[in-house]
Design a binder for this molecule. Structure first.
Ligand SMILES: Nc1ncnc2c1ncn2[C@@H]1O[C@H](COP(=O)(O)OP(=O)(O)O)[C@@H](O)[C@H]1O
Ligand SMILES: [Mg+2]
Length: 345
């Protein structure tokens, strides 16, 4: 096949495109076609060819490409968009403020997922089923997305409006579709409010259909391939069925935040890189100590945002009147508490 790049003159100011780049570019149109028409085998073959071409120059990219191609024999299934959102979160793991045990569990899970094939050679599956619990606003959803970001794989978020059908029989079918799609490649599958579907069978009372869904979930979780990282979140872990709860190989509790955790978050949120170059960390200890800003980390983050907003507006007003506002000089009022003391930085 002849391409423009190949027919360019090799003399003069225009450089000749290296032949492996030409070979790469030649594979783009058939690759797009294969993806578009759901030709799994062709897509796998082309992806392997591209991975081989870039192996020498970008080995980690080649590895990622091989890991993300359709697995042998799988059909390409279009995402059930009425049941799932397919996202690529921008939030990194470093953005999530976590207790040390939680951070260690996440690091271990990421290491195991990144070395899935090496572990398979030892007949050991990587950890891939996480139950996140704790009161609202402490980062369960954020952490699930950050894991997908750290692993560089899609983040599939089940949509509850679509999933839980008033006809419970349909809920089972919807779960089937979600798990079948997730199994088609490496991803993080996130089921929020897990207690509403993984109902404790002992407490399901007469609602046989609820028990049936929990039984079905047990089977699906058992059969889930190790390249799917299942992250389930609940505010009420005691309502989740016992057998189901035992299926998770990693359990992370994000409970009420300690003053130390609130302080860490406030220091992050008020650092110059978040505040247009101004250091507002002098406010961090007052925020970390404020009971209302400490209800959960969401409230802490919002209190920091309020400080940033006030400071931005004061700086703007000062700039317009020719004055300057020093970092932390203004005595701000938290939106819900007593005035913050003047903080010298
Ligand atoms: N651990 C955390 N680290 C940093 N920010 C957090 C954390 N927990 C909560 N937040 C802030 O609160 C918001 C809501 O958190 P979210 O993940 O939705 O909580 P949950 O799912 O536990 O209810 C986040 O978008 C973030 O701004
Ligand atoms: Mg949430």
């Amino acid at each position: 096949m002849s391409t423009e790049a190949e027919t360019q003159p090799s003399t003069g100011s225009r450089k000749r495109t290296p032949s492996y780049v030409v070979q790469l570019l030649q594979r783009l149109p058939p690759l797009v076609d294969a993806a578009r028409w759901g030709q799994a085998q062709r897509l796998t073959q082309l992806t392997d060819e591209v991975a081989s071409l870039i192996e020498g120059s970008s080995p980690s990219l080649a590895r990622k490409l091989r890991a993300s191609r359709p697995l042998n024999g799988t059909r390409i299934i279009p995402p059930p968009t009425d049941l799932l959102d397919v996202l690529q979160p921008a939030i990194g793991l470093d953005d999530v403020v976590l207790p040390e045990v939680a951070r260690d569990s996440c690091a271990a899970l990421i290491e195991e997922q990144q070395n899935r094939e090496a572990l398979a050679a030892w007949n050991v599956p990587p950890c891939h089923k996480i139950l996140l619990s704790g009161p609202p606003g402490n980062g369960k959803t954020m952490l699930a997305g950050a894991l997908a970001n750290a692993l560089d794989i899609p983040f599939l978020v089940a949509r509850y409006g679509g999933l839980v059908d008033s006809y419970l029989g349909n809920t089972g079918k919807n779960l089937d579709k979600i798990f079948e799609f997730a199994a088609s490649g490496p991803c993080v599958l996130f089921l929020d409010e897990f207690d509403s579907i993984g109902v404790n069978r002992a407490k399901a009372g007469d609602v046989g259909e609820l028990r049936r869904i929990t039984n079905q979930l047990l089977l699906m979780v058992d059969r889930m391939p190790p390249h799917v990282v299942l992250v389930c979140a609940t505010n009420q872990p005691q309502l989740v069925d016992d057998a189901l709860r035992r299926r998770f190989d990693t359990r992370i509790e994000l409970g009420d935040p300690s003053p130390e955790l609130r302080m860490r978050l406030a220091m992050k949120e008020l650092a110059p890189n978040r505040c247009n170059g101004t250091d507002l960390r002098g406010y961090a200890s007052a925020i970390a100590a404020d009971p209302q800003a400490g209800v959960n980390l969401d409230a802490t983050s919002k209190a920091c945002m309020a400080i940033r907003r006030r400071h931005a507006l004061e700086s703007l007003a000062a700039a317009q009147s020719g004055e300057t506002v020093a970092s932390g000089q203004a005595t701000h009022q938290l939106p819900f508490g007593p005035p913050l003391p003047h903080v010298a930085l």
